[in-house]
Design a protein around this ligand. Structure first.
Ligand code: SF4
Length: 326
């Protein structure tokens, strides 16, 4: 049985801006399987959100050029998709949970009205269904107290954590196969964050939903994900299972991120990564990380490194791999 939900190969995304064309994603592969939680991590501006927005057709129309060798979502080739096709896919095959639940919800509709709308649009429940019973069940699963009352309330009457749980309930109301979460816990306190993360794990394990979870927080990624992609300047520089990435990081940028964590195996004296992420309009020659890299060699400023695979699908893009004979 084919359990691949996202299969994208050699993806490049260029957006026309007032400063000229900006290549935001460079030759990137994305793979997501049923029931898998894929973490995407990296500094702001590294292309995480643009990459996942492309999986929902949410990039600015007319200003975006997307090239790929393969772009399949749930077995469907989406390379030629137009807005109408994306509209059918959104909410049914792929759904999204955004960072700020307040702006994601409509302030003038009750929680119930907003969930019912997703249920109707999805066509996932056949002709005969009880929208209220479905919505109540979803809110209960999200751990919301007094769900009957919540259905009649407006977003401003709920706390931030409750609103985010409503957003997740809305996202899964259409029974999507893929859930994209763009930093959904950033605005939440630690206790609520832990509840949301447990919820995500339940959705992946019990409903078999494939989840792409964007975060700049490695601690959250470690707790939640099965596999991780570390992004830098529009490209994944290292990908591995969570265990391999945290126990045996290979790319200097990944090592830098882990050394800037206040706890964990890599905890010593806290060190920040020197410098700033590069200007995507003017990327350094060779390896994009070379101006910030402690291990940079002459070749790093001249040629882009190849991808090396060290087994168990642990891949990284660095000239150091050649020194190790990989
Ligand atoms: Fe550092 Fe060179 Fe590896 Fe880039 S290729 S991360 S500059 S060692």
């Amino acid at each position: 049985m084919n359990d691949i939900l996202v299969d994208v190969r050699n993806l490049s995304i260029t957006i026309d801006t007032f400063r000229g064309p900006l290549r935001v994603i460079r030759n990137q592969d994305i793979m997501l399987r049923k029931g898998e939680i894929l973490g995407v991590v990296g500094e702001s501006g590294c292309g995480k959100s643009v990459m996942v927005n492309s999986l929902m057709g949410l990039l600015p129309e007319g200003r975006t050029k997307i090239k790929s060798e393969k772009f399949e979502i749930d077995g469907e080739n989406c390379q030629e998709y137009v807005e109408e096709d994306w509209n059918e896919l959104r909410g049914t095959t792929v759904a999204m949970v955004f960072q700020d639940p307040m702006t994601a919800l409509n302030p003038i509709l009750t929680i119930g009205e907003q969930i019912y709308e997703v249920i109707h649009r999805s066509n996932a429940y056949g002709d005969d269904y009880d929208e209220k019973a479905i919505a109540l069940d979803l809110l209960k699963k999200m751990g919301l107290s007094t769900p009957e009352k919540r259905l009649t309330q407006y977003p401003h009457e709920l706390s931030g954590g409750m609103r985010q749980r409503v957003c997740i309930a809305m996202a899964v109301a259409g029974r999507p196969k893929i859930l994209i979460c763009d930093e959904p816990t950033t605005a939440l306190d630690t206790t609520t964050e832990a509840q949301i993360l447990r919820l995500m794990q339940t959705l992946a394990v019990e409903a078999g939903i494939g989840i792409i979870f964007i975060s700049h927080n490695l601690r959250v990624i470690a707790q939640l994900c099965d596999r991780v992609m570390v992004m830098y300047a529009g490209k994944c520089v290292e990908s591995a299972t969570v265990e391999d990435l945290f126990n045996d990081p290979r790319h200097p940028y990944t090592i830098g991120l882990l050394m800037s964590l206040p706890q964990g195996k890599w905890h010593g004296e806290l060190t920040a990564i020197d410098g700033q992420p590069p200007d995507l309009y003017d990327l350094p020659r060779g390896c994009a990380f070379n101006p910030r890299c402690k291990w940079a060699m002459r070749i790093c400023g001249k040629r882009i490194p190849m991808v090396s695979n060290i087994g168990n699908n642990h891949e990284y893009t660095c000239w150091l791999a050649k020194l190790e004979g990989l």
